[in-house]
Design a protein around this ligand. Structure first.
Ligand code: NAD
Length: 451
């Protein structure tokens, strides 16, 4: 049994049975059998079912959001957005089955056409930081492309995924088309990697586990999408709108208590405006509302677990603290937003993904140095560039090695645009118009027309 806790209080809210290897094997077997009929469903009917699934999620949006508040510590505003994101991703990919067209390629002596064939069973492995959206980014396009899905939520946050599977059934998805298997990563997750019927792994989580999964998948030549860690840069040039850059920087890193792979956890500021920027940043950080995530006004909640809180604290010990925000007293896994001054890019808190509400600040002199520092990481997921110079914005955006960049803003995830990392932040892209093809194999068929 896994104990599911409320991170805001530390209390146990539920006990969830852990799937055994034998149960995982049986479920994968049923998903493989179900894929034979699911792939044959008329694309128009598959589309209708996914649209209905989206509508059922919409009807349960508040319920799903409240579970995420209670078990992941997400602010209620964020949790509603996340449940809405599941609905939208389903709705978006509901448009896909009828548009999954192949090509007709000119050849002599016949007709040559391509088909985007479903892979079979897709295993989706989900982390605890965004339990709902990350699951949907895998299962929605996978189902749309004609695959069946087995999904393993994180040990700490299985409840919303389990509920989504029930809602899928309520919407009319056939039995065993979408199955959620709560349990341990090294048991159920590992079995997805080793079971021959699972033809693709869609993994979001740490770079360490992702690397292991990639090695394991090699044995079966399994398709992979990996969304891994990040240490993204927020680069602020002297000519930027400093007030706006400083007012938004806390949200770009402290959202979801910094447990966000896209967190802009390294702030690079041009030296001539470094002091002014910190002056503006301090009141913005102090004003951040860190409180019971169930309150409508909450902007930041607790960390997911006591272990995560201790891990985060380990990065702050001995570092130069510029200032901190507030945190409630009492039980729960709280950590105050913290701004650290880096002495050099060699500092541990500058280099490693902290996955908590801690941001490091470092000055730079010119554009070339900003790019060098931004790229001085093994990660390459996202980042922001603040400047009023359009040419510089584009030069820097092209030079920074990251999959998702925003200029004079911090947006990075829209379900209709591609999302994913460069370098050790990942492999492949989720969301957007191309993700669907990552859940299919191209088949080429030549039909002779000779007599
Ligand atoms: P994690 O790697 O520990 O766990 C992620 C999932 O993998 C969990 O479901 C876990 O049970 C499972 N798992 C663990 N060991 C496994 C194994 N040997 N085989 C198969 N599955 C296994 O990560 P986490 O601590 O839950 O999440 C935090 C990490 O996720 C951070 O590094 C963060 O940056 C990353 N993340 C990345 C993105 C992205 O889109 N790039 C999004 C969210 C989180």
């Amino acid at each position: 049994m896994t104990r599911v806790r409320n991170p805001a209080t530390g209390e146990v809210v539920d006990l969830v049975p852990e799937t055994t290897v034998a149960q995982a094997d049986a479920a994968i077997g049923r998903a493989a059998a179900a894929s034979e009929s699911w792939r044959a469903v008329d694309p128009a009917d598959r589309a209708r079912l996914l649209r209905r699934f989206a509508a059922v999620v919409d009807a349960h949006l508040e319920e799903l959001a409240q579970v995420e508040v209670r078990t992941a510590g997400h602010t209620v505003g964020n949790a509603r957005w996340e449940a809405g994101n599941v609905r939208d991703v389903l709705d978006y990919y509901a448009g896909a089955p009828q548009r999954l067209t192949g090509r007709q390629i000119p050849v002599a002596g016949g007709l040559d056409v391509t088909f985007h064939e479903p892979l079979g069973v897709v295993g989706v492995i989900v982390p605890w930081n965004f339990p709902m959206p990350v699951a949907a980014w895998g299962f929605a396009p996978a189902l749309a492309a004609g695959n069946t899905v087995v999904c393993k939520p994180a040990e700490l946050t299985p409840l919303t995924a389990l509920r989504l599977a029930e809602l899928g059934r309520e919407a009319g998805l056939p039995q065993d088309v979408f199955t959620v298997l709560p349990g341990r990563g090294d048991v159920v997750g590992e079995r997805f990697v080793t079971h021959p019927a699972v033809r693709k792994i869609c993994f979001t989580g740490s770079t360490e586990v992702g690397t292991r999964i990639m090695a394991g998948a090699a044995a079966g030549v399994k398709r992979l999408t990996l969304e891994l860690g990040g240490k993204s840069a927020n680069v602020i040039f002297a000519d930027a709108d400093l007030e706006k850059a400083a007012a938004t920087a806390p949200y770009a890193v402290f959202d979801n208590a910094g447990q966000d792979c896209c967190a802009r956890s390294r702030i690079l500021v041009q030296r001539s405006v470094y002091d002014r920027f910190l002056e503006l940043l301090e009141p913005a950080v102090r004003a951040l509302r860190v409180e019971d995530p169930a309150r409508e006004s909450a902007e930041m909640g607790p960390l997911i677990s006591a272990g995560q809180r201790d891990r985060v604290a380990g990065y702050v010990d001995g570092a130069r603290i510029a200032f901190t925000g507030s945190r409630p007293d009492g039980p729960g896994f709280w950590y105050a937003p913290t701004v650290l001054l880096a002495d050099s890019p060699a500092d541990r808190h500058w280099r490693e993904e902290i996955f908590g509400p801690v941001v490091s600040v470092l000055p730079f002199d010119d554009e070339a140095e900003a790019i060098r520092l931004a790229n001085g990481t093994e990660y390459g997921l996202s980042g922001s560039i603040w400047t009023r110079d359009v040419g510089r914005a584009l030069r820097v955006a092209r030079a920074v090695e990251a999959g998702n960049l925003s200029v004079n803003s911090h947006s990075s995830v829209r379900y209709w645009t591609p999302f994913g990392g460069m370098k050790r932040s990942g492999l492949g892209r989720e969301l957007g118009p191309d993700a669907l093809h990552a859940f299919t194999d191209v088949k080429n068929v030549f039909v002779a027309t000779d007599d």
